[in-house]
Design a binder for this molecule. Structure first.
Ligand code: SF4
Ligand code: SF4
Length: 147
């Protein structure tokens, strides 16, 4: 994912989106956790998946926010452990490796737009987006995937 917290809101669509951090199970090799060799991901923010894999807390089943995802009116969505985020977060971006738009990102941005419209209509607040995403995932019968 592409969220970085040193850019202005308008410079990066991730600030108004934050969806990939609320959609996938964010799983990775446990060696990426601090204390395991060169690992850097804060251990207390992870859950064990199996003998080899861990995931970010909150994303165990997909369709719910990662524990490290934060939101504020001033800054929008941001990753609170940006420099220490795991590899799948570094690899999921707005653009694919060949420079073309990442279709999964585009689809999630459409979902973000729908939830913002719901928020602006007074039906909910942006802080409730995680719950709305769970509803939308169910409605669209989407399969949650690892990244
Ligand atoms: S889905 Fe795309 S635009 Fe949205 S936060 Fe993730 S990388 Fe950024
Ligand atoms: S660690 Fe950061 S970039 Fe990765 S899913 Fe969590 S909030 Fe998003």
């Amino acid at each position: 994912m592409a969220i970085k917290n040193d850019l202005t809101k308008s410079a990066n669509p991730c600030f108004e989106c934050g969806q990939c951090c609320q959609h996938f199970r964010v799983s990775f090799y446990h060696g990426e956790i601090e204390g395991n060799g060169a690992g850097i991901v804060p251990a207390q923010l992870t859950s064990k998946v199996n003998a080899h894999l861990a995931c970010m807390k909150g994303t165990e089943k997909g369709g719910a926010p990662c524990i490290a995802l934060k939101y504020s009116e001033a800054e929008g969505w941001r990753c609170s452990i940006y420099e220490r985020r795991p590899s799948p977060c570094r690899e999921f971006n707005i653009l694919s490796k060949d420079g073309t738009p990442n279709p999964k990102c585009q689809k999630l941005q459409e979902k973000a737009k729908a939830t913002r419209q719901a928020a602006s209509a007074g039906k909910t607040s942006p802080l409730q987006l995680g719950g709305i995403n769970m509803f939308i995932n169910h409605y669209l019968n989407e399969k949650n995937e690892d990244i």
